[in-house]
Each structure stands twice: as C-alpha cells, then as structure tokens.
Design a protein. Structure first.
Length: 593
DNA sequence: ATAGGGTTAG
C-alpha cells in the first residue's frame, strides 16, 4: 500500500519546487490520498494506508476521524480518536475536536460528547475556537436531554456567528419548540447577524410546523430580495411551508417556477397534497416518475397515506408491491403507514401482519395498530396492546391514550376507559386536552352515563369547545335526553355558529318532541348562518375502482350495480332481525340531501 | 493537508 502511494506521489507534480521527497512532503501527500480514499468510499484502503504510515501527525489522525464520519462509520471515528489520545504523541487540536464531536453526534452519544468537552476545556480549545464551540452546541442540542447545555455553551461564546445561531434555532425546531426557535431567529436579526440559506431554511421549517404563514411569507420575500431562490433546501422548505399552511395552489405555482428540482422537492409537494387532495398526490407521483425520479421511503409513505385516505385498498396493495420490490419494507415509518393504510381500508388482519413482522417499533407503530383495532371494534385487543406496550417500557403520550380511550369507547369498555383516563393524569401527568375530554364524554355518553359526562364537562379546567359539547349532544340524542341535548346544542352553536350537524341535531330533537315550529326555526337559522349540510358520503371499492355515493343517489353509470352490492348487507341485517330506528334519521332538507 | 449549521414521513 505504501508503495502504491509513493508511486502515485512520484507521478504527481508537487507545488513545491523541491526535487526530492522529504518526510514532511510524503506525509502531506499520504493525507491527501487518505482523504480521497474516504471520498470514494474506499474505507479499507484508507485504513491500510494509515496503518502503514511511519509518521502520523495530527492532520493525518484528524483526516481519519473526519473520513470515517464522512462515511457514516461513527464508531470507527470514535475509536481512532481514542487511539490518538492514548498514544499521547500528537495532542488533538481544534480541528480534531470539532471532527470527533460530529462523530459523537452520529453515534447520538451525548456521553462521548461530554468527554470530548472535558478534554477540550483541559486543552483550552473552547471559547474563542468557534468551530469547537458550535460543534459542542450541536451535540448538546441534538442529543442532550434538554436545550440547557447547548444554551450554556451558546451564551459563553463571545463572538457568535451565523452557525452558532442556526445551530441553536435548529435545536429548538427539531425538539418541537418552533416558537422559541423563531424568537431566537428574530433576536439573531436584531443582533445584526446576516441570514444565509442555512438559517433561512430552518426558520422557514419552524414557520411550517406552527403554521405561521405570515412570517413564512416575510421570509420568502427576503429570499427573493437576496437571491436565494436557486438554493434547493431553501425552496423546498418554502414549498413545505405553503403546503402546511394550506396554500396548495401557491405551493404548486412556486413548484412549477423552480428551475431545479430534486427528490425532496417532489416528496414535499406529494406530502402536501396527500393531506388534502390525495388523488392529486397520486397524479403528482406519476408526473414525478415520468420526470425520471424514483421514489424513496418518503415518497412511499405519502403514497400509502394517500391510499389510506382514499380507502383504496387495491391501489395501496400495488404501492406495497413497489415497496417490496425496492427492498424498502424494513423502514419503520413506512411500516407505520402500512399499518394505518390496511386498517383504514378495512383489512385489519394485514394491518396486524405488518405490525407483527416489524423488527423494531416506535410509539407511532403501537398507536397506529391501536387506532386500527379501535376503528374495527376490537376494544379488547387495543387494551391488551396498550398494556403490552407499557410493559415493554415505552412511555405513552397523549395520542396513544386518545387511541386506547377511543377504542374503549367504541367497544363499550367504560370502566376500563375511565381507568386509563385517570392513569394518564395521575401516573403520566398528561393533561387532557379538548380531544381527550370529548373522547371521555363520548365513552360515558355511549354507555348511557350522560349525567356523569355532563359533570365531567363542568369540571373541566378550561372552556369545553364545540366538539366536546357535540359529543354530549350525540349522547343525549342516543338516549332521548332532550333537555340536556338542547343545552349542549346551544353551547356548541354559541362556539361555532356554522356547524350544520348541530343545527340538524337540535332541529331533530324539537321534531321528535313534536315541536315543529321550533324545528323549522332551526332550519331557518341554519340557512341564515349560511351553511348547508354536506351529504353523508360513503364509498366502496369494487374491482380496483373507488365509487362514492350518497343516500338516494339514483343516476350514474355504475350506481345500479353499486346499489346491488349495497343491498347485501341490508338483507343480512334484516335476516338477523334488525329493525331500523326511523326517528333517528336526520330529516331531509328541501334540497334533497 | 485536517473542522460547521439547513429541506421531505403521525
């Protein structure tokens, strides 16, 4: 190996005029070669060369550490650093420290980061060595328990630069504290630090995650003014911001104007459309493929979610096939999306199959499976899964409590559900939000414990919103409690006067009591509030086509045989002795919906 | 000759 590089070195003209190699020149050339080996992914060759080098100076050691890190071999990088410190010949310099800190970040080891920090203090390589200070901030911000240590380092930096600010902002954003991140972004501008593409893209991401369209637009204007429109990460984050703020047509406009696009650009737009127009998301994917891009895990996750939203089982299965072909089926997020898709398409067994074949799971995996079970009426299974999850050492969050509570509600496991509600507050100190209260009201209400549900609302530490009152209203309607029902409906309407369902329900309560005048008055109020009831729409997939239909749908090319299919469950229900309860039907409006 | 922060997935 060493012969190789000497041969190579001899053929390469040196910048220096010296005609022969001294040791120093050879070492420099060896380090050069070391670097280019890593850049080509030739890790083995780099290691052999390093092992054969007679003199290894601090630069060579540092090149090894950053080379391994470049190739994502973080543990190897760390081992080189340990060997270097042990050998005591070449003490690490600021370059070494910042390189090895990046390796610590790759290992997600704040412990190793702390050791390096201690060594850096001992060798007086902190405060004033901006690369070291910024790298320290970065490891504490990304891997620390909180932002505290990162802040301590930040405040001790006398001359902060854009990188210091950006690292701090990114730390808060990635931890989900985007408003703090944006505060710091403002502070940065006030202190006179100039924004650059890096700081802009993280600030825009923060805007996107809290839906701050206003600030997002301001930053977009600044981007145009300063000519950063050609920077891909910047434009991708702006695209994402418009998507998350619900400005899809604008997002598409800027997408079309982009001269250069990468896979992330396409993925961002597909994910944006998936949330509100899943069919369009699938069309954009087809365009993406004809543009020569191949899908990755991110693309597939959005496509699977789109199929889930559309309840398009066949399409979802085809996408699943594509995932398999590319060997992407081990991806955690993708598996989570598949669990959800199969459950939403009515195929709970395939959902469970994906779940059970996963080699590692996160909170989302468990939650998706529980939501699936709950929606299919498998309350007991959801409850068992929840207990198993807690036993396996995963700490539940509000979303998974929501999943298990809603499963209990649908399966009529009232006391079980109430136990989880109390456990959430007492053992995990999670404060219930509107959604959780709504779920518990629903849980009590379905079981006929409507008075208890009302008392729960009265005991809430904040004002119940229209969805909580709506849950109570539903319970009142199911159990014919007209007095409390009227109260719930009025409360809900006071909070959201344009909720059609509430008017219809209230009107129906009056109608059921024979108070036709009041019932008609509600209808008029509803018209005045300018709202119209969306017809309840159902859909069915037959032979790779999704058909949607409403009650009383008569014309259409395919509706006749869809109706035929639909008669089957009706017949089964009749055979089982089911008698429809006619006074529960929502009274039709004049326009026939 | 060796070191930096940014974009997509519930």
């Amino acid at each position: 190996m060493i012969k190789n590089y000497l041969q190579w070195a001899e053929n390469k003209p040196t910048q220096k005029s010296s005609t022969h190699f001294n040791q120093k020149g050879a070492a420099i050339l060896a380090t050069d070669l070391l670097k280019s080996y890593f850049e080509k992914g030739l890790i083995r060759q780099a290691r052999n060369l390093f092992d054969e080098m007679p003199e290894r100076d601090v630069v060579a050691w540092t090149t090894m550490i950053s080379g391994y890190t470049y190739c994502s071999e973080y543990t190897h990088a760390w081992c080189v650093f340990v060997d270097m410190v042990k050998s005591e010949n070449e003490p690490p310099n600021a370059f070494t420290i910042s390189s090895v800190l990046k390796a610590c970040k790759g290992m997600k080891s704040v412990f190793c980061g702390g050791l390096v920090h201690a060594l850096a203090i001992k060798r007086r390589l902190v405060e004033g060595f901006i690369y070291v200070d910024n790298a320290l901030m970065d490891i504490y911000a990304t891997c620390g328990v909180s932002m505290r240590d990162a802040c301590v380092v930040f405040h001790d930096i006398k001359e902060k630069n854009v990188v210091s600010w950006t690292t701090l902002i990114a730390g808060y954003t990635h931890r989900g504290n985007s408003s703090r991140a944006l505060q710091i972004f403002r502070e940065m501008l006030l202190e006179g630090a100039e924004m650059n593409p890096h700081s802009i893209s993280i600030a825009v991401r923060a805007c996107a995650s809290i839906g701050s369209e206003n600030l997002g637009r301001q930053i977009h204007n600044a981007v145009i003014k300063q000519g950063f429109e050609s920077d891909l990460p910047v434009m991708n984050s702006i695209l994402d911001m418009y998507c998350r703020c619900g400005c899809l047509s604008e997002a598409k406009k800027y997408f079309n104007e982009m001269s250069e696009k990468d896979l992330i650009t396409w993925n961002t737009l597909i994910a944006g459309y998936e949330r509100s127009d899943s069919i369009e998301a699938l069309f954009i994917f087809l365009q993406m493929e004809s543009d020569g891009f191949s899908p990755n895990c991110f693309t597939f996750t959005s496509l699977i979610a789109a199929c889930a939203n559309l309840a398009a089982l066949h399409c979802g299965q085809q996408v699943h096939g594509g995932i398999f072909c590319r060997g992407l089926n081990g991806n955690l997020e993708l598996s989570n999306a598949l669990i959800d898709m199969y459950a939403k398409c009515g195929n709970i067994f395939d959902s469970h199959k994906i779940y059970s074949e996963m080699s590692c799971r996160n909170l989302v995996s468990w939650t998706s499976m529980m939501i699936g079970y709950g929606a299919h009426g498998y309350g007991k299974e959801a409850v068992e899964l929840f207990d198993e999850m807690v036993r396996s050492g995963i700490r539940p969050d509000r979303v998974v409590f929501m999943a298990v509570l809603s499963a209990c509600s649908h399966a009529g496991l009232v006391d079980q559900g109430l136990r989880y509600f109390n456990c959430m507050m007492d053992d995990y100190h999670i404060k219930p939000n509107q959604e959780i209260y709504g779920c518990v009201v629903d849980l009590l209400g379905r079981a006929g414990r409507v008075e208890e549900a009302y008392q729960l609302i009265r005991s809430m530490p904040f004002m119940a919103d229209e969805s909580v009152w709506g849950a109570l209203l539903g319970a009142c309607k199911a159990h014919n409690l007209s007095k409390l029902g009227k109260l719930a409906a009025k409360k809900a309407l006071a909070l959201r006067p344009n909720m059609v369902e509430t008017y219809v329900m209230l009107s129906n309560i009056y109608a059921a009591e024979g108070e036709w005048g009041e019932a008609a008055r509600m209808r008029k109020m509803m018209k005045r509030a300018g709202c119209k009831k969306e017809a309840g729409r159902s859909w069915i997939e037959v032979q790779n086509q999704v058909y949607s239909f409403v009650v009383g749908n008569k014309k259409g090319s395919h509706i006749e045989w869809v109706n035929e299919v639909l008669e089957l469950p009706g017949r089964h229900m009749k055979e089982a002795g089911y008698v429809p309860e006619l006074d529960c039907l929502i009274h039709d409006q004049e326009d026939g919906t």
